[in-house]
Design a protein around this ligand. Sequence first.
Ligand SMILES: Nc1ncnc2c1ncn2[C@@H]1O[C@H](COP(=O)(O)OP(=O)(O)OP(=O)(O)O)[C@@H](O)[C@H]1O
Ligand SMILES: [Zn+2]
Length: 478
Amino acid sequence: MTLRLFDTATRTVRDFVPLVPGEVGVYLCGATVQAPPHIGHLRSGIAFDVLVRWLRRTGHRVTLVRNVTDIDDKILAKAADAGEPWWAWAMANERAFTAAYDALGVLPPSYEPRATGHVPAMVELMQTLVDSGHAYVTDPGDVWFDVRSYGEYGSLTNQRVDDMVAAPEGGSEDTRKRDPRDFALWKAPRPGEPATASWDTPFGRGRPGWHLECSAMAQRYLGDTFDIHGGGLDLRFPHHENEQAQSRAAGHGFARYWLHNGWVTQGGAKMSKSLGNGLLVDAVLAQTRPVVLRYAMTAVQYRSMLEWTEDTLRESEATWERLAGFVERAAEQVGPADADEVARVELPAAFVEAMDDDLNVPAALAVVHEWLRAGNSALSRGEADVVRATMVQLRAMLDVLGLDPSSSTWTTGAGDQRHAHALEAVVAAELEARAQARAARDFATSDAIRDRLAAAGIVVEDSAAGARWTLAQTRADT
Ligand SMILES: Nc1ncnc2c1ncn2[C@@H]1O[C@H](COP(=O)(O)OP(=O)(O)OP(=O)(O)O)[C@@H](O)[C@H]1O
Ligand SMILES: [Zn+2]
């Protein structure tokens, strides 16, 4: 059986044959860390986590590179509005993304390069493009890719240059460009931008364009030619078209397969910050266990749109309870299986077939549910051997999807923020009641509330801004 993947470049399903047998290099465009993530931002991380897990399970050594774009117009603008250094703004949001990936059981990438740490590699690539006549400098710091110089421009998205829209950086009215579609490799600082947000290059001082970052970082960690490049559907054009043009014009083979995941949508529209319909990961995790969110985001095929409704999490929770409930009861009856056994067991043929069919997770889950039904019958009949075998199979299949109920990712409660949010709400109500009692000079009540909180290990401090609370330090800390 061979893995077949839908390659966006050829618009066909192709057998996946890695460049080096048994080894796979994957580059996934990561976050531009300008804000904390909404669940749409996590879709690609989860989709490609399933790909990586499947490749590993089928015997491949996978190198996954997922970058962090930590310098960008929006980061600079938002940090300036907030009165913070741009790098502090980027770092805080990068941490929020990392916490979200961890909470949802997305395995860490092999390498997670930040754009700002790879300026020399970008300058080198840009130099190659300038030297070979594929890029040109207008004013110091402004370097453009010359789309007419590269005959294959448009091949990834099957477009003719004449039909394309102007590149957003310096639009069609920018007379310095040779063609309105030419896009920025390097951007001179704009008035008012901090000096720390630009770097010296042979072409003047400036900062990288987004497309150049990914080309340079992919080459740095995966080499001139690598297997799979992924990202959200909206990145195909211009981002991926431009990445490919830069790298191939520089003489590199670049990505051999292109995979794009669908969006999380609401009412058919892409969930997005600017539309105001972005559900922040943190807000969802205040009310839902991470595994339930992971299940909901994994259960669809990666290329499908995932339409988010009020019922999505409820349905996901009910299904998850049935799966995790079986594994728990089975382990009670026959004892737990060890991780090695789960990692080595031969998977059901129908499951393998579904995963090899362009990661058809819904079909793979249908197999999981057949096994679940059989497992539940075996449980009620007390057939220990069948229960055990089914438990091992279910855990193995679910592990491929990042959803093994016995994985420590889910059993330790890490990333589950519901307790913290519940505590926050209860203490806030207590403090409000105390404030009212004090306002009414009912000190007996206000003191009783304070004592009750202290007995629960909560220390209240009064300040001009109102009451603040912290958890009491343990004896060992004092
Ligand atoms: N709803 C979504 N579903 C899947 N992927 C998404 C979604 N929204 C954003 N992404 C991905 O996240 C990355 C950043 O996208 P983008 O900046 O468009 O998101 P956003 O911050 O919500 O959008 P906007 O700038 O319109 O508010 C891209 O890789 C994109 O593919
Ligand atoms: Zn990219």
